[in-house]
Design a protein around this ligand. Structure first.
Ligand code: ZN
Ligand code: ZN
Ligand code: ZN
Ligand code: ZN
Ligand code: ZN
Ligand code: ZN
Ligand code: ZN
Ligand code: ZN
Length: 1810
């Protein structure tokens, strides 16, 4: 009743009335009235689109004042100290690493700009997932970075809110919110229940309501407090959520909610109460260990959500019996307040943007933030489940992270929810749950019986990276120390985590294809690498950052323990005993890597003893196997043994070492192998390596061997791989003692050595460690400091071709000298060619610095930092007999040129020897401890390399095929010459070499079988018989004894001889010489390396020294004859091939260079043929020959004839460059605020348009069209490369282009082509005038005729009827090129007359083409002619030919003699006012208003050709008279009446009739008058002079700028060439009248007297400054901030891709459909209007400039560079950018000189879509 009454009343007054009721002490009636009103207003049964309810709410809340007013009032009580601005994707925000505590910190632009971040490490970024401003939140960022507003802590000064202000809000909003919830409940349908499920529609309808909520949050702290109270109040929720008893709708609505809960697999409050304790626990508490060890994979447990898609491809999905730690995490949910249910629906509706924004906008309220975070955590499992099922998981992921980042970046909050809400348990459980959904049985090792399960990388979850929000949250919370500690302390969590990690252990298994190529290359590997990096490695790095001090030792110990346990379980599960299954490799061993990295940290930072963390030997041996297999496989992959597996396997090998992965993959693997090597028996380790690399068979001293595992061509690369691996293993120190700074330095040096790098690419190539996202540098030295220490900056260079380089860093000379480390380079190269590149650069450095000039240097040897004491054992690797035997054997084989040896092998062998010499093992008890029986040989007496070096091996027993050369050799009794001769007998007895290495592997079994002695006895081959033949070996092998008599030292010396190709290359005394200079060995080739080793050996051991001297003293027989073994030949061939390729390349380059040179010469020859001819004649050597042209297509040379004309290759383009000139020489400033503006009215183009329009309003149109020039805007510019061709040749050339299907950057249909010779872009051919050069002479003949005679002659010539050339090929071509010229520009730039298409228009356009080209040439010459004729801009001119063509065309028109201006120019009319002016409706244009340059061109082009020079001079003189008179008139117009009076008494101004005009009152002197007269006439003189230059080939003589007038006047013969220093007033002395000057001038003046409003036509300024692009600000941010959110003036929207015209400053929507008209997008459209189809645009969001030229466009690059001289296209890095003035100048220059087409490559069509 009441409500109905209220409803009828005006909302505002009702609100006021209710409010006053409620404010009474007894407000019960008010409350009741309000409730009733709301009951009827907020009816969820009404459609939400009905906004009546919303209006009511607004009014009720606001009370009597309006809603807007209310907002303002509430805002004034805002006590928020946080900014909290929420943004969505694509918003531009800032991040400051200097100020940030959390790496996720971000600031809105306003807060950033109002804070002080000078000198900070900040960047701008485009938000991907959305975010919120952290300004004011000291948990996330340092207070120093707060902006002014949020630093002030505004909250403290804000008055408290008056009680009644928000009273209504408190009453109304709960009802409003439950109403929204009810709508959400009602609108929701399960995906499977309804076919037409349209959640979007529901959300759309609710949009106004949610927007209203968002508006409320923006009212500030006061309103947020109210909302928080409502959202979190449990009583209100209880009262409202179920609805009143009698309300049927509310009941049904509530049911809906319950069923939604149920369908989500969640248990509601009520149900939970019912089932109570009887709730079945899914799966037994097996835990991680049970899961891995005992529980066999079973698919028994079914999960109803995952019933579908049981198998993906052929792989069966495996279901685990649930390992979920706490089932309550996954499936229970209780809602106790609005906020919780609201979030529930937000999730159900898959995170609608509006809702997310509302929830986030509330975050500045601390109470809300805490409750919301708890609610979020409570729903966390449900969120991730929903995500997994979502169709739009990408969008949803972004929205989830948008929220979670705000909550979890705050350490206090994260710790709070970890403690109170089990956040860690939830996250780990959910991660497990997620991955469990896509497990398959591991096929690694024992495919049949494996009990290990791994994730299936081809499932969507992994391929689409769906798990990333979860993982990124997890990494985020682990970055907080307190949270990470909780994790590390919770053992059951750790166990759970390890079982999670083991899901990735051995995933994406590769099996080597041996028979056929794989048909389908699976692309799963990237998913696998990404998963290991993100899900395993990143959390690991997070944990490691908290294990850095002694106090955290326990954590490390625990992790290590669980790692080992889990590894053990894994080995058991895959059934690994001792032997790897063949031809398998997985790159994924996260468990190994966890173990390795925690070990490394423990030793490096926590002072733990390595021994205490290591397992027993057996386990170490097992741990070693898989990482080693990866190293061997890498080598196999590079040796092309996996080619059948396709490209993806190479991709894996590359990813494994790539900068983003290497820290988490190859580095831990190498480290782990180093640890194993340092603890295991070195003989065992070395032999395992060679076995894994499958090159054991190769290590025989016999010349022939068999290898069952490898093809012949694979042996050498595999051997090289094995040796390289050993070198890396024993020399790499990344985890073995290098400090963080040293590591950074080494990484940087190796990247820089490969190539010069830009700052950003270097940053990208330096491995990310430890936490990539934090940007934390582990060492004390910052990236920048380190960079400046090792590299020099090369500023961006501008090459003449226009290609732009970026700023680069290049290694300093001392880095090349001392720090270049080839081993580090090999470790870090993704592409093999990079190693070569580093070596080439190194050689170049040595050559340049004179350190090594002959031949190719070898990679330098680098001494290593000492090993951390824990890893000392690693050196034993270098001091073990097995390695020494290998070294000895290889040295021997290289010396004898055995097959498959290479320089690289020798290089690595020498490297190993040197490492051994440098890293001596103390003669410890180690040798005694190790039982001697482990070494089955008597090759060497001990393990020390130094003493083994000089040990002579006399005989070696080998096993060879019967056919081998060794077998036939006669066995002589060994001579007892060597020192060890007495041992001979023993040697023979025990030398049993061939299988020695291979036997090592048996030791593994021995240890495993724990029965070493018997086993080894049993397997040791008998050594008694000389012809022992192993059973079952197909080719008969025989054992032979080789006579050797060499030591390693003697072999080294022999190799020295061999390399230097000299006998006795080392004299007996060379060692003494050596000692003098130890440093000269640092760089050099193999000879140097051997010398260095010998010197080291000698200095370290007397015995070695003696031995060396002895060997050197001996006279050797000639060097062992080179056997021409096929492999040696092969290596030779290869070397030769490479050499030949190099030569070929050089030859090509040379050829190219000479071609270019001759082309340059040709270009010079051809350019401006006429000029040259003329110049020849000037030298008085008259040639009777015709001008000859070379055709660049057929190569013939000949004259251009009527029949077969030749033409110049030209590019025609429309240009508005002239029109954009201004008066001021200063470029206009690009506006960057609303106040600034650009006014286009003062440009040359605009001024000429105005002038013509003004004339046309007074005078006869046809006359107007002859009194001006057009083409300032849209004029046609003609350019040539100077090359000529037969026009018929050109036609067939075009035909061939048309048939050419190859993609070209130009369109042949539009006549476009590239010059066949120089490849310059062109679009037409300008026919050359045929003619004899003698004609030129007649033009030149000096004339003594009187001016009056010449004037008459000119008049007669003009009377002559136009000579029409007979129709010929030439004339046809000429007409064709005229057509091309007309087609070049738009119609509107040709039709200026009142009658479109009239011949007058055509006439004007034609002579204006000549004008445009002359004016542009002037611009290119810098605006004047002071620099003379040799200026570069005059080169390759085609103006002479152009004039000829234009003249031929212009002669089609004749000027009616009655109108001929010549008469009016040279004669006084018979009787004062003769004129036809009275007859015509409009008069002719008075002479004083006519443009003299235009008249000159008209005369020249319309008179019979060729025009004699005397006549040309006559024209120039007569027109100068007019020009001078115009100058006087203009000057007079500027005088004040008094001044005019004063001047009229003297000189020429006497009877000047301008009495009425007064424009200025400046004070004039004779000098300033002369100056201004000269200035007025100069443009005319310049143009005349230039014209003369082109027509007659006269040289332009340079002159100082202040003498330009006299110089030009002299050049034109107006002035006596001799200077007149006494009289600087030349301007008047150039006059030459044939009639009374006074009469003629009076006549001209009389034409204008009496004409009103035309004074402005008199006073024109003819001087224009050079064209400029807009002046840009130094800092790009200034442009970006103003324009990236500026609205387009046309469509009033903020464009997605805003662009800016750099010529005029117009702001356009690039690509925007909004501004498309007639199918043309705004940018293209603007280019047509602003630049006559040339446009230069700055793309605001990319900082890049694009050029539009006609139908094509290209990306020009950026004129803004960062501090390192680099572009930042698309603003990806977001670092501050600064204007590069040089680049901008280059851009402007290309614009002015019209060379965009020539300089920029890579043009593409834009289809009007820009
Ligand atoms: Zn902010
Ligand atoms: Zn702020
Ligand atoms: Zn900062
Ligand atoms: Zn030709
Ligand atoms: Zn050319
Ligand atoms: Zn423009
Ligand atoms: Zn627009
Ligand atoms: Zn637009």
């Amino acid at each position: 009743m009441m409500a109905a009454l209220l409803l009828r009343r005006d909302k505002k007054s009702t609100a006021a009335h209710l409010k006053s009721d409620l404010n009474r002490t007894d407000n019960s009636s008010g409350v009741r009235q309000l409730q009733e009103l709301l009951d009827s207003v907020l009816n969820p049964e009404k459609p939400p689109a009905d906004t009546e309810a919303l209006d009511w709410c607004k009014c009720l809340i606001a009370g009597e004042e309006g809603f807007e007013e209310f907002c303002k009032t509430v805002r004034s009580y805002d006590n928020a100290t946080l900014c909290g601005l929420v943004w969505t994707a694509n918003f531009v925000a800032y991040r400051c690493r200097t100020c940030g505590i959390s790496p996720c910190m971000s600031l809105c632009a306003e807060c950033f700009n109002n804070g002080d971040h000078t000198g900070h490490d900040f960047n701008m970024f485009r938000s991907q997932a959305g975010g919120a401003c952290d300004c004011g939140d000291s948990n996330v960022m340092r207070e120093t970075g707060f902006c002014r507003r949020h630093r002030l802590r505004t909250g403290e000064n804000v008055p408290s809110v008056p009680r009644d202000l928000l009273l209504m809000s408190e009453m109304v909003l709960p009802r409003f919110i439950i109403c929204i919830i009810q709508y959400l409940r009602d609108g929701y349908t399960e995906p499977d229940t309804s076919a037409e499920r349209d959640l979007q529609k529901v959300l759309q309808q609710l949009e106004p309501q949610i927007t209203f909520l968002e508006e409320l949050t923006k009212m500030g702290g006061a309103m947020r407090t109210v909302l928080t109270k409502i959202l979190t109040n449990q009583q209100t929720f209880k009262d409202l959520s179920m609805g009143q008893e009698e309300n049927v709708f509310a009941k049904k609505n509530y049911e809906n909610y319950l069923s939604a809960l149920k369908n989500s697999g969640l248990v509601s409050v009520e149900e939970k109460a019912q089932t109570g304790a009887a709730e079945p626990t899914r799966g037994s508490e097996t835990g991680a260990l049970g899961l891995l060890g005992a529980a066999a994979p079973s698919s028994s447990e079914s999960n109803k959500e995952d019933q579908d898609g049981q198998s993906i491809g052929q792989r069966k999905r495996v279901k685990l019996s649930s390992s979920t730690k706490d089932p309550s995490i996954m499936d229970s949910l209780k809602h106790k307040c609005f906020l919780e249910e609201l979030l529930f629906w937000t999730i159900k509706y898959e995170f609608p943007q509006k809702m997310v924004t509302f929830l986030l906008n509330m975050l500045p309220d601390q109470d809300y933030k805490i409750t919301f975070t708890k609610t979020f955590v409570q729903h966390y499992a449900f969120i991730m489940k929903t995500l997994m099922k979502s169709q739009e998981s990408d969008t949803m992921s972004n929205r989830i992270v948008h929220i979670s980042v705000q909550l979890f970046s705050n350490e206090d909050l994260a710790r709070h929810v970890t403690e109170e809400c089990q956040l860690l348990d939830i996250m780990v459980t959910v991660l497990l749950y997620m991955m469990e959904s896509c497990l398959i049985k591991s096929e690694l090792q024992d495919e049949e019986n494996s009990r290990h399960v791994v994730v299936n990388c081809s499932e969507a979850l992994l391929k689409n990276n769906t798990y990333w929000p979860l993982v990124s949250d997890f990494i985020n919370i682990l970055s907080h120390q307190s949270v990470a500690k909780k994790f590390l302390e919770d053992h059951s969590l750790l166990m759970l985590w390890m079982s999670f990690v083991s899901f990735f252990q051995g995933m994406n298994l590769n099996k080597r294809e041996l028979s056929e190529h794989v048909e389908f290359e699976s692309q799963t590997y990237y998913a696998a690498f990404a998963a290991e990096l993100e899900a395993c490695a990143q959390p690991m790095w997070g944990l490691l950052t908290h294990c850095k001090v002694k106090e955290t030792q326990e954590y490390t110990k625990t992790v290590v323990r669980y790692c080992l346990e889990t590894l053990q379980i894994w080995f058991d599960a895959i059934g690994f005993v001792d032997e790897l299954a063949p031809n398998q490799v997985t790159f994924h061993l996260p468990l190994h890597r966890y173990y390795a990295m925690f070990l490394s940290k423990a030793v490096k930072c926590q002072g733990l003893d390595l021994e205490s963390l290591l397992p027993d030997q057996e386990m170490l041996m097992r741990i070693m196997v898989h990482p080693l297999q990866i190293q061997a496989s890498l080598s196999e992959i590079h040796s092309n043994m996996w080619v059948r597996n396709g490209l993806q396997i190479k991709g894996q090998a590359m990813t494994y070492v790539q900068s983003h992965f290497c820290n988490s993959m190859i580095d831990p693997d190498i480290f782990l192998l180093q640890v194993c090597a340092s603890r295991l028996d070195p003989d065992y380790f070395i032999s395992s390596v060679f076995e894994r690399f499958k090159v054991v068979d190769l290590l025989t001293m016999a010349s022939v061997h068999q290898n069952t595992a490898l093809d012949g061509e694979q042996e050498r690369p595999m051997l090289e791989g094995a040796l390289t691996f050993l070198v890396i293993l024993s020399s790499l120190r990344i985890h073995l003692g290098m400090a963080d700074d040293e590591i950074l330095r080494a990484e940087m040096v190796s990247q820089l050595c490969m190539n010069d790098r830009t700052h950003s690419s270097l940053l990208d190539l330096i491995p990310e460690n430890p936490n990539p996202k934090s940007g934390i540098v582990p060492g004390s030295c910052s990236f920048e400091e380190m960079l400046s220490a090792v590299a020099d900056f090369k500023a961006p260079v501008f090459e003449l071709g226009g290609s732009m380089q970026q700023g680069m860093y290049t290694p300093k000379a001392e880095v090349w000298e001392k720090e270049f480390d080839p081993i580090m380079v090999i470790l870090r190269t993704v592409y093999r060619r990079d190693v070569q590149s580093a070596m080439d650069r190194y050689s170049a450095f040595l050559k340049q610095s004179g350190m090594h000039t002959t031949g190719n240097p070898w990679p330098p040897y680098k001494e290593r930092t000492p090993l951390h004491p824990c890893y000392k054992g690693l050196d034993r690797l270098l001091h073990c007999k097995t390695l020494h035997i290998v070294i000895f054997t290889l040295l021997y084989k290289i010396w004898l040129d055995h097959s498959n040896m290479s320089e690289h092998v020798l290089c690595m062998v020498l490297y190993l020897i040197e490492l051994g010499l440098d890293n001596q093992v103390e003669e410890d008890k180690g040798d005694e401890v190790r039982p001697s029986e482990h070494c089955h040989d008597s090759w060497f007496p001990g393990t020390n390399l130094l003493s083994n070096l000089h040990h002579v091996i006399n005989y070696v027993r080998v096993r060879v095929p019967e056919t081998a050369p060794e077998v036939k050799r006669e066995r002589e009794p060994p001579a007892s010459t060597s020192a060890e001769a007495s041992n001979f007998g023993q040697n023979v007895r025990e030398a049993q070499v061939f299988s020695l290495v291979a036997e090592r592997r048996r030791k593994f079994q021995e240890i495993i079988n724990r029965s070493s002695t018997e086993a080894s006895q049993a397997v040791r081959p008998k050594s008694s018989s000389t012809r022992w033949v192993p059973p079952g070996t197909p080719p008969q092998l025989v054992t032979e004894i080789l006579e050797i008599h060499e030591s390693m030292l003697s072999l080294l010396i022999k190799l020295h001889q061999k390399l230097s190709a000299k006998q006795n290359s080392l004299s007996a005394t060379w060692l003494e010489d050596m000692d003098a200079n130890p440093n000269r060995h640092a760089h050099g080739d193999g000879i140097t390396a051997i010398e260095r080793i010998l010197t080291k050996a000698a200095t370290r051991s007397h015995q070695s020294k003696r031995s060396i001297q002895e060997i050197c003293g001996k006279v050797f027989p000639p060097v062992a004859p080179k056997k021409n073994s096929p492999t040696a030949k092969k290596t030779m061939d290869k070397e030769e091939r490479r050499q030949r390729a190099r030569e070929r390349q050089q030859k090509l380059l040379a050829e190219f260079a000479s071609r270019q040179k001759s082309f340059m010469e040709t270009a010079m020859d051809v350019e401006s043929p006429d000029t040259e001819a003329a110049m020849d004649l000037g030298a008085s050597e008259v040639k009777e020959s015709e001008v000859l042209y070379d055709c660049v297509i057929c190569g013939q040379s000949g004259p251009s004839t009527e029949d077969r004309p030749t033409g110049l290759v030209v590019l025609l383009q429309a240009s508005s460059v002239l029109g954009h000139r201004c008066k001021s020489d200063e470029a206009k400033k690009l506006p960057t605020t609303d106040e600034e503006r650009i006014y286009p009215a003062d440009t040359c183009g605009a001024a000429h348009d105005v002038r013509l329009a003004l004339m046309q309003s007074f005078f006869k149109d046809s006359s107007c069209l002859q009194s001006v020039s057009i083409g300032w805007d849209g004029g046609v510019y003609v350019q040539t490369c100077g090359h000529t061709l037969h026009i018929d040749c050109h036609k067939s050339y075009m035909e061939s282009l048309r048939n050419d299907q190859v993609m070209q950057g130009f369109s042949v249909d539009k006549g476009e082509f590239t010059c066949p010779l120089c490849r310059q872009f062109a679009n037409s051919v300008l026919p050359c005038r045929p003619g004899r050069s003698t004609e030129v002479v007649s033009w030149h003949m000096p004339s003594n005729k009187k001016t009056s005679v010449l004037v008459k002659e000119v008049e007669d010539l003009q009377e002559q009827l136009g000579f029409f050339p007979t129709e010929s090929n030439l004339s046809k071509e000429m007409e064709l090129v005229i057509k091309d010229i007309k087609n070049t520009t738009q119609r509107k730039y040709m039709d200026y007359g009142k009658n479109p298409g009239s011949p007058d228009n055509d006439f004007l356009f034609m002579y204006s083409v000549a004008r445009t080209n002359l004016e542009l040439e002037l611009v290119h010459r810098g605006g004047n002619l002071c620099s003379g004729g040799a200026s570069g801009a005059a080169k390759r001119s085609c103006l002479n030919q152009l004039f000829h063509v234009l003249a031929m065309h212009m002669r089609l028109y004749s000027i009616d003699s009655a109108y001929n201006p010549w008469t009016r120019l040279t004669q006084v009319a018979p009787n004062g006012n003769n004129n036809l002016q009275n007859v015509a409706p409009r008069p002719d244009v008075p002479m004083l208003f006519r443009d003299c340059p235009s008249l000159l061109i008209i005369f020249v082009l319309t008179m019979p050709q060729p025009l004699r020079k005397e006549h040309f001079i006559c024209l120039v003189r007569m027109l100068y008279n007019l020009q001078y008179t115009q100058a006087l008139a203009a000057l007079s117009a500027k005088f004040s009446p008094e001044e005019r009076q004063a001047w009229s008494t003297s000189g020429t101004l006497k009877k000047c009739p301008f009495n009425t005009i007064c424009l200025s009152s400046s004070v004039w002197s004779p000098q300033s008058i002369e100056y201004s007269l000269q200035q007025f006439c100069l443009p005319y003189l310049r143009l005349s002079c230039l014209l003369q230059h082109h027509l007659y080939g006269d040289n332009l003589s340079g002159c100082p700028e202040e003498e330009e007038f006299s110089g030009l006047a002299g050049c034109l013969g107006l002035l006596d060439p001799a200077p007149q220093p006494s009289n600087p007033m030349y301007s008047a002395s150039c006059l030459d009248w044939t009639v009374s000057a006074f009469d003629l001038m009076s006549q001209w003046c009389s034409e204008v007297t009496g004409l009103a409003d035309t004074q402005t036509l008199l006073v024109q300024d003819l001087q224009w400054a050079s064209p400029h692009l807009l002046h840009l600000p130094d800092n790009y941010n200034t442009i970006f901030q103003y324009y990236h959110k500026k609205a387009c003036t046309a469509c009033k929207k903020v464009p997605k891709d805003p662009a800016l015209c750099l010529v005029c400053g117009t702001f356009v929507c690039l690509k925007g459909l909004c501004c498309k008209q007639h199918g043309i997008c705004e940018c293209v459209w603007h280019s047509q209007h602003c630049g006559a189809a040339t446009g230069i645009f700055l793309l605001i969001n990319a900082s890049v400039i694009i050029i539009i030229r006609g139908h094509r466009f290209c990306l020009w690059g950026s004129v803004y560079l960062d501090a390192h001289g680099e572009e930042d296209r698309d603003l990806r890095r977001g670092k501050p950018l600064f204007l590069c003035v040089e680049r901008y100048r280059v851009l402007e220059q290309q614009w002015v000189s019209h060379t965009f087409d020539h300089i920029n490559k890579r043009w593409g069509p834009h289809y009007n879509g820009l």
